[in-house]
Design a protein around this ligand. Structure first.
Ligand code: IMP
Length: 184
C-alpha cells in the first residue's frame, strides 16, 4: 500500500505535543509587538527561509502592526531526520536588501549551518541592519557557532514536527509543535 494513505502510521509519528497552538500564538503576539515598536518608521523586509518557516512567517507578519515587506528564500540541508551538513540555496530573494532592515524569520536553529550561511550571504549584500528571529532553538545540537537575536522557544535535542516543520514533507500542517516518533 502507498504510505501516503497509511493514516495509522502517520498518526503514530506524532509522539507528544511539546508546544500548543495557544503558546505559539502568545509568543508570536509578543514578538510582533517588539518588532513593531523597534522598527516603526523604517523599511522592514521579513525574509522567510522556506519551506519550514512559512507558517511562522504567516503568523508573525500578521502580528506586526507597522508596514513591512516580505521575501522568500529556499535553503535545504535535511533529508528525512538527518542534517546533510551541506546548505543549498535553491531559491534566492528578489529584493535589493541594501534598502531594508532585514529580519530573517526561521523555523528552527539546529546545527546552525543554514543560518550561518544565509546570514553571511545577506550581510555581504549590505542590508541597513540584519536580525534573526527563530521560532525554535535547539542549542544542544549546534555544530557551528550561531545565536539568533530572538528565539521564541528553546527545546531539547528532539526531532520536532508541526507548525511548518516536517518529516519527509509530512506534518507541516499540524497547528502545534510535537515530538516526532522516530520509531514510527
Ligand atoms: P540547521 O542548518 O541544522 O540549523 O537546520 C536548519 C533547518 O533544518 C531548519 O530550518 C529545519 O528546516 C530543519 N530542521 C532542523 N531540526 C529540525 C527538526 O527537529 N524538525 C524538522 N526540521 C528540522
Amino acid at each position: 500500500m502507498n504510505e501516503i494513505y497509511d493514516v495509522e502510521k502517520y498518526n503514530k509519528g506524532i509522539k507528544k505535543v511539546l508546544i500548543t497552538k495557544e503558546e505559539i500564538a502568545a509568543a508570536i503576539e509578543k514578538a510582533g509587538k517588539e518588532i513593531s515598536a523597534t522598527y516603526d518608521g523604517n523599511p522592514i523586509l521579513l525574509v522567510s527561509i522556506l519551506k519550514g518557516a512559512f507558517v511562522f512567517m504567516a503568523d508573525l507578519c500578521r502580528a506586526i502592526t507597522v508596514p513591512c515587506e516580505i521575501g522568500f528564500m529556499c535553503a535545504k540541508s535535511y533529508e528525512g531526520t538527518d542534517s546533510t551538513g551541506v546548505v543549498n540555496i535553491t531559491m534566492d530573494l528578489e529584493h535589493d536588501v541594501s534598502k531594508y532592515h532585514v529580519i530573517i524569520v526561521e523555523d528552527i536553529v539546529d546545527t546552525g549551518r543554514t543560518l550561518k550561511d544565509v546570514v553571511a550571504l545577506l550581510r555581504a549584500r549590505n542590508p541597513l541592519s540584519l536580525r534573526v528571529v527563530t521560532l525554535l532553538d535547539k542549542p544542544s545540537r549546534r555544530k557551528v557557532e550561531f545565536d539568533a537575536d530572538v528565539s521564541l522557544f528553546t527545546i531539547p535535542d528532539l526531532y520536532v514536527i508541526g507548525y511548518g516543520l516536517d518529516c519527509d514533507e509530512y506534518y507541516r500542517n499540524l497547528p502545534y509543535i510535537a515530538e516526532y516518533n522516530t520509531e514510527a
